[in-house]
Design a protein around this ligand. Structure first.
Ligand SMILES: Nc1ccn([C@@H]2O[C@H](COP(=O)(O)OP(=O)(O)OP(=O)(O)O)[C@@H](O)[C@H]2O)c(=O)n1
Ligand SMILES: C[C@](O)(CO)[C@H](O)COP(=O)(O)O
Length: 233
């Protein structure tokens, strides 16, 4: 049991949100008069075992300074990088070197609908197992692999397929080393677990809920607003 672990949240928030087609990066679009980023940060800081947050923002971000954080927990800022993985690694290095983090909980700024119960389940499961893991949901649709001309090449067995979400939680130094090595090797790293898998390890899957959406396309904002009004626990 690692309940004394120093667990630090790392929030990648340095993206431009190109798929959202909005007039500002999607993490700064507002829900209930607060930025999407604000909701995501406050959701993870609400857990008593999360000691602080490290938010990775663009070096030219003109918005972050205006955000007020209604918490006694520190919210540190670092500069993100070209890709999401670069931003995450910058945050983890700060969490280790400046915050003495033992574990890091990486959560997309674009996922404001995280349920408190799912966050608690992820933290408890990974600390009890002393093994990293991710929130995920099983695939519910029939899955198709496409040809280059958008025709169906084949149906893919969905029985073992899951949608990876965030938070993704790992020992801090392990994840920093995995990301550093995987990126240096030119591996494709679209989430933290894929860097750990690159090392040959098999992170835990902790079942969450499909409403923990990543705001990505224009239609996602209205859905996120709806979910947040439901006050899902
Ligand atoms: N260089 C980057 C790219 C993305 N992110 C963050 O990673 C999360 C998930 O990435 P994604 O949904 O792809 O965000 P964007 O890259 O901004 O979106 P797009 O691909 O549509 O531009 C977001 O909170 C985003 O701000 C980041 O911190 N640094
Ligand atoms: C980390 C993630 O949210 C897990 O599904 C996803 O990989 C992020 O992908 P993106 O293209 O950077 O949004």
């Amino acid at each position: 049991m690692n309940n004394a672990a120093n667990l630090v949240a790392v929030i990648p928030a340095a993206g431009v949100g190109s798929r959202m087609q909005a007039d500002c990066p999607k993490q700064y679009l507002t829900i209930d008069a607060q930025p999407v980023l604000w909701h995501s940060v406050m959701k993870v800081l609400a857990h008593p075992q999360v000691t602080r947050a490290v938010v990775a923002v663009s070096a030219t971000d003109p918005y972050i300074a205006d955000i007020q954080w209604p918490t006694d927990k520190p919210v540190d800022l670092v500069h993100g990088g070209k890709e999401r993985a670069d931003s995450v690694l910058a945050g983890i290095r700060h969490a280790i070197e400046q915050c003495n983090a033992d574990w890091v909980l990486v959560h997309d700024a674009a996922r404001p609908c995280l349920r408190a119960a799912d966050l608690s389940q992820l933290i408890a499961t990974t600390l009890n197992a002393n093994q990293g893991g991710i929130l995920a949901v099983p695939v519910r649709d029939t899955m198709k692999r496409a040809t280059g001309s958008r025709q169906i090449a084949q149906t893919v067995d969905r029985n073992a397929l899951w949608h990876a979400q965030t938070p993704q939680m790992f020992p801090a130094v392990l994840l920093a080393d995995a990301l550093t090595q995987a990126l240096a090797a030119g591996a494709t790293v679209t989430d933290e677990a894929s860097a750990i898998e690159w090392l040959g390890q098999q992170p835990l899957l902790v079942e969450g809920h499909a409403d923990n959406i990543k705001i990505t396309h224009p239609e996602d904002l209205a859905l996120a607003r709806f979910y947040l009004t439901q006050e899902l626990s």
